[in-house]
Design a binder for this molecule. Structure first.
Ligand code: NDP
Ligand code: MG
Length: 383
């Protein structure tokens, strides 16, 4: 029986993780759930899965959960991250959204745990610290992000030294065919509708701007130890080929499946075994076709900026990620137009200054500076 901690249990990844655990109840036991403040869903999950430990980041929400479940251990505030290192946990599923996902990842790896990693912001921002935590504790990462899970599976077809290129596929998000001159008028409601995947709010907007793919370029560079020039992106609107690896002999190995995150989540939990999945089988004969095109750099400036951030390293990926997180929040609030998001991140990358991230203080400083610059953007420009 593998004992699982689900970080971000009330989110899209978290809920799907719990449904995989439910399907394989004889193999997985949900030992801990951690969420931000959604006490209504959290309470349902406590009743359904009876976890020994509950983490609720928001202190008021934690108080309410304690009152409703006095027999449970309820942890709140920053202490929730340390649940990832508890003796009673075997696998940590990291489905927290945003930069905060860095903390449970580092805590789990230091304690030698296996992490099923959906949160990409952590390895983008804190790659060096994550590696150090892995060295220190011997923990390992199994990818959950569908593209990285695909590449992880494709890599088993050859040797690392024979890898020529990683090819990330991208659906192109909600606006791949939207007239480019009308992109500025896109509303948050429009950006929150993804054509193929059902995901949390922030990643859905990131898919529309392609900042999600930019983050995945950096995530792949970290996970598979490849330079940016060996990582390319193709627009594949059907989201059936989840990503590919090209080897030295020009052979391309792909992983295919229906767009259902439970496939990648389950593979990380059962690895190296494969088991029956709640995801539907892929009926290739019913597909109208699979198409691949080069992304348009003018439409998606986020991609070029990601390669630049990856090359510079240090504070620049943090500027890219945290600048984007703050810019998306401003877009959702109606303060920025859709096309301003990339402009705002450009402003943050230009303003932050390149410096090394050697410890957690430098990381927090870079994150806070990026968010401050993103809040200043435009206001400052017009003074
Ligand atoms: P959601 O917004 O749906 O869920 C986020 C989860 O994190 C919620 O449970 C939320 O709790 C919790 N959370 C947020 N902040 C905190 C905090 N400070 N402390 C504790 N819990 C917190 O996000 P997704 O599930 O869509 O995405 C999660 C991560 O997985 C992201 O990094 C994303 O990039 C990645 N990912 C997601 C995919 C998807 O299909 N959704 C695909 C590939 C990667 P609450 O509900 O209480 O606010
Ligand atoms: Mg992905």
């Amino acid at each position: 029986m593998k004992r699982i901690a689900v970080f971000g249990s009330t989110g899209s990844i978290g809920k799907q993780t719990l449904s995989v655990c439910e399907m394989h109840g004889e193999e997985f036991c949900v030992e801990a759930i951690v969420f931000g403040s959604n006490t209504e869903l959290g309470a349902h999950q406590i009743q359904a899965f009876d976890p020994g430990i509950v983490g609720v980041f928001d202190k008021e929400a934690a108080k309410a959960v304690r009152e409703a479940f006095p027999e449970k251990e309820v942890v709140s505030g920053n202490a929730v991250w340390d649940i990832a290192s508890r003796e009673s946990i075997d696998i940590v599923v990291n489905g927290v959204s945003g930069f905060s996902g860095t903390f449970p990842l580092i805590s789990a790896l230091r304690a030698g745990k296996t992490v099923a990693l959906a949160n990409k912001e952590s390895v983008v921002c804190a790659g060096g610290l994550v590696r150090a935590a892995q060295r220190e504790g011997g923990g390992r990462i199994l990818p959950v992000d569908s593209e990285q899970s695909a590449i992880f599976q494709c890599l088993s077809a050859g040797k690392k030294e024979d890898v020529k290129r990683l090819i990330l596929t991208a659906s192109g998000g909600a606006f791949r065919d939207h007239p480019i001159e009308k992109l500025a008028d896109v509303t948050p409601e429009m950006a929150m509708k993804h054509p193929n995947w059902s995901m949390g709010k922030k990643i859905t907007i990131d898919s529309a701007t392609m900042f999600n793919k930019g983050l995945e370029i950096m995530e792949a560079a970290f996970l598979f130890d490849q330079p940016g020039e060996n990582i390319s992106v193709l627009i594949h609107p059907q989201s059936i080929v989840h990503s590919m690896v090209e080897f030295a002999d020009n052979s391309v190995v792909a992983q295919l499946g229906v767009p259902d995150m439970r496939l990648a989540i389950q593979y990380a939990l059962t690895y190296p075994d494969r088991q029956p999945s709640p995801a539907a089988p892929l009926d290739l004969a019913k597909l109208a076709g699979l198409t691949f095109t080069e992304p348009d750099a003018e439409r998606f400036p986020a991609l070029t900026m990601a390669y630049e951030a990856l090359r510079t390293g240090g504070s620049m990926p943090v500027a890219y990620n945290s600048g984007n997180e703050a810019a998306v929040a401003r877009f959702v609030n109606g303060e920025l137009r859709f096309t301003d998001v990339a402009d705002c991140v450009r402003y943050v990358m230009d303003g932050i200054g390149a410096f090394r991230i050697d410890d957690i203080d430098a990381l927090l400083y870079a994150d806070q500076t990026a968010r401050r610059l993103a809040r200043e953007y435009r206001v400052k420009r017009f003074i």
